[in-house]
Design a protein around this ligand. Structure first.
Ligand code: NAD
Length: 449
């Protein structure tokens, strides 16, 4: 799938995206050093975890928690169970969390964590022991006002309940609910959190269509959608796009995919997944190999599985008019350029998948106030946040395009031997808007001491 010259290191990808944005920030020359500080993570924790497996064998796992930036508030970000978990991956994911929190204007910085393991082969009880040992090992490096975890790949509300319980056992006598978000409703979770990432993604797309920012789409009725990943983000996206009048023609999971040009019955597909453990072999559909879903004929493509799936190798074959990033980092910088040159709009992860952190913020506020808000209130506030963030990105890009000649001139003056500045994409605009917010917060606080 990869192209030999492409760099798939996620932290290098995050840096390449950041570097594209820096020349478009207002103080290119004045704050070079500050830009370096804003990119580097503040803290990297690596833990080694002995965990007794069901057969009595003691397996040693490696876990990470990275706190990227706290200029706007405590760290916030999910943790995952996946074989690819590594320091650079977690650093990149924490960095993107900083930009996301800034973009949707919630008072958090970025953080992320993970334990390297194969979640498809470990039992429920083993998962619980890994979670408990990981959270205990992190100790007071997480907390309601320091760093607040949430679900991500192969972690869910149940995992978050174990996080809360572990932390609470170690910190008795306090209201500890705000230490983690994405919890079950019975344990301080928020209405709307489970589907929040997909709900937010749909709200971004609906708003962009409404303001004419996603030509050729002028509504969702009859729009064909292909989705890679059928977990929390992908599964809810399929249901919500279907309910909004779109036609979900292809979906996939880690085993493979299914395609039906007339549209998949999303509810029956969910039942098939629950019964068989996969979407593959859903009756009446054409089978797709893993990865083929990305190239399926459709108007709108939602990568909602893992990183670096749309690459310089397969980007030329993408048929969608719009790519909406449900996953974090699904598109490589090489693919970004190809899609841009082909006129395919990419709605970037740091805008499109922020619904989860927005409702996590609502959950945190409810927990601190010992209150619970009705679903309608959560939905209304989410819509407000997603629309506002989308408007900020669109306005930022319009401003950058207006002043493009000026930015180019400033760039050429200091980088005369470098390639010319490329025109800003939505990803670059989203980074610029987020970076400016972090810069302003850092500058108002002043550099300690
Ligand atoms: P999940 O574990 O619920 O689902 C993951 C899905 O991806 C599953 O269907 C799995 O089979 C599929 N998958 C795994 N490896 C694959 C592969 N190699 N090829 C194709 N499909 C594969 O995870 P999720 O919470 O839905 O997260 C998906 C993505 O969305 C991740 O990038 C995550 O970081 C991002 N994200 C999640 C949230 C959230 O609230 N859960 C928020 C923002 C971003």
């Amino acid at each position: 799938m990869s192209s030999p010259q492409e760099d798939f290191n996620l932290h290098n990808i995050a840096k390449a995206q950041f570097d594209k944005a820096v020349p478009f920030t207002t103080k290119l020359e004045g704050w070079r050093g500050l830009a370096e500080w804003l990119f580097q993570p503040e803290r990297i924790i690596k833990v080694t975890l002995p965990v007794e497996m069901d057969d009595g064998y003691v397996h040693t796992f490696t876990g990470f928690r990275v706190l990227h930036d706290t200029s706007r508030g405590p760290g916030k970000g999910g943790f995952r169970f996946h074989p690819s978990v590594a320091e650079d991956e977690v650093k990149a994911l924490a960095t993107w969390m900083t930009w996301k929190c800034a973009l949707v204007d919630v008072p958090f910085g970025g953080a992320k964590g993970g334990v390297r393991c194969d979640p498809t082969t470990i039992s429920w009880r083993e998962k619980r022991r890994i979670t408990r040992r990981y959270i205990a090992a992190l100790g007071d490096n997480i907390g309601p006002h320091t760093d607040i975890p949430a679900p991500d790949l192969y972690t869910d509300a149940q995992t978050m309940a174990w996080v809360y319980d572990t932390y609470s056992m170690l910190h008795p006598g306090k209201n500890n609910l705000a230490v983690v978000t994405g919890k079950p409703l019975d344990l301080g979770g928020s209405e709307g959190r489970e589907a929040a990432t997909a709900s937010g993604l749909l709200l971004v797309i609906e708003h962009m269509i409404a303001v004419g920012a996603l030509p050729p789409l002028n509504g969702l009725s009859g729009v064909t959608v292909a989705i890679q990943g059928f977990g929390n983000v992908g599964g809810h996206c399929a249901r919500l796009f279907h309910n909004a009048g779109a036609v979900v023609v292809a979906v996939s999971d880690r085993h493979g995919g299914v395609y039906d040009p007339n549209g998949l019955d999303v509810t029956r597909l969910g039942a098939h997944l629950a019964e068989t453990g996969s979407v593959v072999h859903f009756p009446g559909t054409e089978s797709l190999a893993v990865g083929e879903v990305l190239e399926a004929p459709c108007d709108l493509l939602v990568p909602a599985a893992i990183e670096t799936q749309i690459t310089a190798e397969n980007a030329p074959r993408i048929q969608a008019a719009v790519v909406v990033e449900g996953a974090n980092g699904p598109t490589t910088p090489g693919a970004d350029e190809i899609l841009r040159d082909r006129g395919i709009t990419v709605v970037p992860d740091i805008l499109a998948n922020t619904g989860g952190v927005v409702v996590s913020y609502f959950e945190w506020v409810q927990n601190l106030a010992n209150k619970s808000w009705p679903a309608a209130e959560v939905g209304r506030l989410l819509e407000e946040k997603m629309r506002c963030a989308t408007d900020v990105v669109l306005a930022t890009r319009a401003g950058l395009l207006d002043g493009f000649a000026r930015y180019q001139e400033a760039w050429t003056a200091v980088r005369e031997n470098d390639p010319p500045l490329p025109p800003p994409t939505l990803r670059t605009a989203a980074h610029v808007a987020a970076l400016e917010r972090c810069r302003r917060a850092t500058e108002s606080r002043g550099i300690w001491p």
